[in-house]
Ligand binder design. Sequence first.
Ligand SMILES: [Zn+2]
Ligand SMILES: [Zn+2]
Length: 454
Amino acid sequence: MATIFSSGGIGWARKLSGVGPTIGGMTALLAEPLQTDPVQLVSDGLQRLRESVPGLSDTEVQERVRAVESLSRQAHSVMLDLVAEMQARNLAGHTGFGSTARLLADMLSLSKAEARTRVGHAEQVGTRRALTGEALPARLPETAAALAAGEIGPAHLRIINEAMAAISDTATPADREWAEAHLTGWAPRLDPAALGRLAARVLVWLDPDGPEPATEEAPAPSGALRLRDRRNGGVGFEGWLGSEHGPALRELIERLAAPRPASEGIPDPRGVEERQADALVEVCGLARGAEHTPSSAGEPPHLTITLDLNTLIDGIGAAACDYGSYLSAGEIRRWACEAKVIPVVLGGRSELLDVGRAMRTVPLGIRRALVVRDRGCAFPGCGRPPSQCTAHHVIHWIDGGETSLQNCVLLCEHHHRVVHHTGWGIRIHADHAEFVPPTVIDPQRTPLRNPLRC
Ligand SMILES: [Zn+2]
Ligand SMILES: [Zn+2]
């Protein structure tokens, strides 16, 4: 049995080896030097982490990336506790600085904005002190706990803090508690942009009418539109339309911005923004009296691919398209979801196995039911509307999956790509789709659903 004793408050414990002094009848034996200063302990630990990097396996690298991010978030939480303590002790006042933010900025060479943010966050999640000196829970206790546990980072904290500050005064304490718990519960699994969308939704739930208009007499404008010349001769614009005309514009643009049917085997290469710009040009053309509306007829989407049967089944390798470029098997499986595919499958010696079994796009009835169920991209945190989504087959058509409500889910272009290439699993339930992260994202593979569609 070893008795450990320190040589002082801070610094190295006395290193003892062999037979040391006897204290209370026990011999103090100590193989390793003992560190008692927590800053030095953490610093030593980080140095050991750094030195261990080259010897790690791939899995260990992933584990360490998660662990070190968690440590850095925990360190941020301690920083905010310390800032709260500086504030409580009025260290800025005692040292002649005007404010804690100013003192912090000068101590750490931070920007004024960063220093103010830390002080603001410390006020919300730092441990508070009563006048008697006893510790009080943080103003945002759930958020403080999640940060201290390393589950959320500074960017999540910023969004939760802003959302909590924006909650209407009419909200009850129970509403506020619910909002904080809801956002903090989701934050570890959403990137800041997605968390921001969820926060906006929470604010709408809590105050569906929005803030009171500033004056009652002034009629609300129907919108605003700013045009400016661009150097290349084009025109830039930004603006908004109110609830009266906005939805009509959206409906019109989205209808005209639908991806064009594939021609010559090439699907519409334009991104959403480009298609919407083209739609606006089309609206202008219509307004000038032009008669052409986009033809909804024309060729149905089709794509002819030639590939080895094993490539198709394994999803590994590449295949040649009839227009000469190469596609990965994964890419083809993604396209096969929405396009009409006529596979020409060749066996090992290039014998023809199957030709001409056309897979239709998801029929309108099923698509409508998908819109009712998924209400847009079903991926956790995504806010894309149904008009920007395609129906993805959970069990790929190539693997025998059928075109049915139970086997399809709405996904935007980006998340369709994500699902096809990064190992997310999907489970379809009666009223929602559930997404199972790949182990590289979540080793426990805890299923998630899109909180924006709940
Ligand atoms: Zn798909
Ligand atoms: Zn999406």
